[in-house]
Design a protein around this ligand. Structure first.
Ligand code: GLA
Length: 381
């Protein structure tokens, strides 16, 4: 894809691009909806990415071409106040707006982009687009931006421009990924470290091919978490996020919480403790233990956070009886999209075939099933 993007740029504009940047999508491995609750996540950047080639030009008019969907957008730097409803160019316009808030002025530009991250599936094609584009834009604007601010600019674009109140996990993973490693992120201290993926295992990803409206449901889930924090803070001094609440404290306060807020909090508090247990399991090489935590995470999504759906449940249910299965769960926001499966490497090919066959038999749907490798984070080419 990198060479295709570069060539397309040259064909279109008859010059070499000034900058080429690439940023990967991500898989959330454990820790669902914990990022905006100041919790922890184990994730990974994947070998599917967005590549952007760009060049500054005089004037105020920008031109963007996506060579995968064959679509082009033109907009003026003086006309960024209103997002165009549901349009992919919002992910770029929103970045420019966020950069301006931080005192950076982006010149007009021409850009060509192309990606291999499945769109709206739960592998964060949007964060890949944002981080690749931001790397290009900061070069064109001759601005230095720390990795944490890059992540915040991406999040600001989602929250303030696109209208999704997402956390920082997608951007952290796209920026800080390392080949062969997981990314362990702490969304209170903003510390990030890499954890080796256990030898002899592989990640299989299955797109259930069903998509639900993420933005409304997502924002509603976040609001329920905030409602739980409000009540819990009144009971336990020092609580400012679900990160501060232990499973025991939550249980003891159950009657004081709205039933829905309790279930949402139960998921998040459980996920935060599963991430801690998961990291410990990995450090002793216990991939069976880690896989069980993935299955527990799915159970919690289905029953408490209610961000799963029949199709995702079905994929995980099939996984439980497949040879070489260690664990499986939905990955990312939920409400459709993908499941991630940790499998024994030598069985991965057979696993993928059996998963696809059983899913087709049960639902009539053809899942998009792929093997994914953990890859390096955003960079210039
Ligand atoms: C989406 C959001 C992330 C995170 C996950 C759920 O991917 O963009 O910030 O909240 O959902 O863990």
């Amino acid at each position: 894809m990198e060479s295709k993007v570069r060539q397309a740029f040259k064909d279109m504009y008859h010059v070499e691009p000034e900058v080429i940047a690439k940023a990967p999508g991500r898989l959330e491995i454990l820790g669902n909806h914990t990022d905006y609750n100041q919790g922890t996540v184990l994730s990974t950047a994947v070998d599917r990415a967005m590549t952007v080639a760009a060049m500054a030009i005089p004037g105020r008019e920008c031109e963007l071409t996506d060579i995968v969907t064959n679509s082009r957008r033109r907009f003026s730097l003086d006309n960024l106040a209103k997002p165009a409803k549901g349009d992919w160019s919002n992910y770029i316009k929103g970045l420019i707006v966020e950069m301006r808030k931080r005192g950076m002025e982006v010149p007009a530009f021409k850009a060509v982009l192309g990606g291999t991250v499945p769109m709206s599936a739960g592998m964060s094609s949007s964060a890949a687009l944002e981080m690749a584009m931001l790397f290009a834009l900061k070069k064109l604007a001759k601005s230095e931006i720390s990795w944490l601010d890059c992540a915040r600019i991406g999040q600001g674009c989602e929250n303030n421009y696109v209208g999704a109140n997402t956390g920082l996990m997608d951007q952290f993973s796209s920026l800080m990924g390392k080949a062969g490693q997981l990314v362990y992120s702490d969304f209170r201290s903003y510390e990030v470290s890499n954890v080796p993926i256990p030898a002899g295992t592989a990640f299989v990803v299955a797109n259930c091919m069903v998509k639900h409206n993420l933005t409304n449901e997502y924002n509603e889930r976040r609001a329920a978490c905030e409602d739980a924090v409000k009540v819990l803070a009144g009971i336990y001094p020092g609580v400012s996020a679900l990160r501060d609440v232990s499973p025991e404290q939550l249980e003891a306060a159950k009657d004081k919480l709205a039933a829905v807020s309790y279930r949402r909090a139960l998921h998040v508090v459980g996920e935060i403790s599963r991430v801690a247990n998961g990291a410990a399991a990995l450090s002793r090489g216990d991939c069976e233990g880690f896989g069980q935590l993935m299955f527990q995470s799915q159970y919690s999504s289905t029953h408490y956070f209610e961000n799963s759906c029949e199709e995702l449940d079905c994929l995980v249910d099939i996984a439980k009886n497949l040879p070489g299965a260690l664990g499986a769960r939905l990955s990312g926001g939920g409400f459709g999209g993908i499941t991630v499966h940790l499998v024994r490497k030598e069985t991965a090919t057979e696993y993928m075939a059996l998963l696809g066959k059983a899913y087709l038999e049960r639902t009539g749907l053809k899942a998009d099933i792929m093997a994914c490798q953990a890859a390096d984070g955003a960079r210039y080419l």
